[in-house]
Design a binder for this molecule. Structure first.
Ligand SMILES: *Cc1c(COP(=O)(O)O)cnc(C)c1O
Length: 492
């Protein structure tokens, strides 16, 4: 059966998967959702034997029905290859009383690699399928992590260029080094004399500038974004939940059909939404624990049914979850409203105009599979320290937010609990060392990294090793006002 995609804010148009991937966001501002969620429909013993690539193919084939088997396999083979430092791609590790699903073995040692390593291939395949022969230009503003993951994904992918703007002086030393040492003939990294908001609003302006669009169109280019709301990022994330279940069966003796809980450190709500979709497909998932840091908008939402972003933005040790507007939640709102586009559009309007909306009691009742949790900065530090001293396992602050939630939750559950581990501790070494070895803020970050390796016995990932001595390949620094001309000059 063909699966078509529709918008969460309008009922008319239907797109194929490849069209939805190219377009990213619907014209009415809504997000694309599949008209129906396909069922898993598989023999569990067969599932248990699948490799990551086979699992990804199995899941993606059900959603991206206008792609041929060969096209999908091609995308998967190019994405989940030796860029990952383990053949398993997403290993499941048992430590103490929980399981950890490690999603940080890709090029940038964090979970966004899981989707951003395949999106470029899905996008270029989709362009070819729809007879669009333009070169895709990805424009991204980054506060640190997404930019690098997008660069790594798009580097040297034929038919694409990627330009990343970051606030000069506004990202960590490791983050900046990761970006400015990026290889690939089609990559451009620009430090902007301004803050992240300046970068982001100018990227939006360039996107929406009709003159630039026309001029670049004549030169054979079109713009796209690698945004986390693209179904080309969301659906590949469903695969690792199915794979985790397969691993639990194969390696840890889980009985077919037994339910499993997942604890997900959440920001934009993309990762946990993929878990929800896996459950809709029929994967035996019990509870989905939505773990927030101090920016606990989602925790309050699941408790009260009120989404209220009118609050102070707090900088935490888990920066990738410092978010007050979780874009992907719109899809869940749409599903629980009975797929009511009008109601969804109104709520999103309220959110942007008033900063708040409320769902009904009957909708709230449909959220009973979600369990909210949150961890303060003290809880995070304490959890990193406890897991290390008790189990000799090192986790990063994002994962610690989830691990803390798991410890609270486990008291009342008999089913296995899987903590979704979203970043390597080597990506956030100062915070990790602070927790397990006392205050180390002053020390050079590479010195800390080596100490962490000595303490933990975990070898330093290649992604970190490489940048310590890599050549700086990008030294472009621009004023805010010059961002536009940087783009036009680069795309000569
Ligand atoms: C992006 C990110 C998250 C949050 O994931 P969402 O899909 O935005 O909820 C959590 N941890 C890390 C390390 C991330 O990079």
């Amino acid at each position: 059966m063909d699966i078509l995609y529709k918008s969460t804010r309008g009922n008319e148009k239907r797109l194929t998967a490849s069209q939805a991937i190219i377009q990213g966001l619907s014209e009415d501002g809504g997000l694309f959702v599949p008209e129906s969620v396909p069922s898993l429909d598989i023999d569990f013993d067969k599932l248990a034997q699948m490799s990551y690539q086979e699992c990804a193919f199995f899941v993606m084939k059900k959603f991206f029905t206008d792609f041929t088997d060969e096209e999908l396999k091609n995308c998967i083979d190019r994405a989940y290859d030796s860029k990952f430092d383990t053949k398993e791609i997403a290993p499941v590790v048992k430590t103490g009383d929980c399981y950890y699903l490690e999603l940080f073995h890709g090029a940038t040692i964090a979970f966004k690699d899981m989707a951003l390593s395949i999106l470029p291939h899905l996008l270029t395949t989709a362009m070819a399928k729809n007879n669009l022969d333009k070169k895709v230009v990805i424009l991204t503003a980054t506060s640190g992590d997404t930019g690098k993951a997008a660069l790594a994904g798009f580097a040297d992918v034929p038919g694409t260029n990627i330009i990343v703007f970051y606030p000069k002086g506004g990202v960590s030393r490791i983050q900046e080094l990761q970006m400015v040492t990026q290889k690939g003939d089609n990559t451009k990294v620009v430090g902007v004399r301004g803050n992240f908001d300046d970068c982001q609003s100018n990227v939006k302006n360039i996107f929406n500038n009709a003159d630039i669009k026309e001029m670049l169109g004549k030169r054979g280019y079109c713009f796209s974004s690698a945004n986390s709301i693209n179904i080309g990022r969301l659906i590949p994330q469903v695969a690792y939940y199915v794979y985790a279940y397969a691993k639990l069966m194969k390696d840890y003796g889980l009985c077919a059909g037994k339910k499993v809980n997942f604890v997900v450190p959440t920001g934009n709500f993309g990762n946990i939404l993929a878990c929800y979709i896996a459950k809709q497909m029929g994967l035996p998932v019990d509870k989905m624990i939505c773990a927030s840091n101090d920016n606990k908008v989602l925790f309050d939402f699941f408790k009260t049914g009120v989404y209220d972003r009118r609050r102070e933005f707090i900088l935490t040790s888990s920066p990738s979850m410092d978010i007050l507007i979780s874009s992907n939640l719109e899809r869940l709102i749409y599903f629980i409203s009975g797929e009511n586009a009008e109601v969804t559009a109104q709520r999103m309007k309220d959110l942007s105009e008033k900063g708040v909306y409320e769902i009904t009691d009957s909708e709230k009742a449909k959220l009973s599979d979600f369990v909210p949790a949150y961890a303060s900065e003290a809880d995070v530090k304490d959890t990193i320290s406890k897991v290390f001293s008790k189990d000799h396992y090192v986790i990063d602050p994002h994962t610690a937010v989830a691990a803390f939630g798991a410890m609270q939750f486990m008291k009342d559950s008999t089913n296995p609990v899987v903590v979704v581990s979203t970043a390597s501790p080597y990506k956030f070494t100062p915070a990790v060392m602070n927790a397990i070895d006392g205050k180390r803020d002053e020390e050079d970050v590479f010195a800390l990294i080596h100490r962490l390796s000595n303490l933990s016995g975990v070898s330093i990932p290649n992604a970190v090793r490489e940048i310590e001595n890599a050549d700086i390949l990008h030294d472009c620094v621009a004023d805010i006002a010059d961002m536009e001309s940087v783009v036009c000059d680069y795309l000569k």
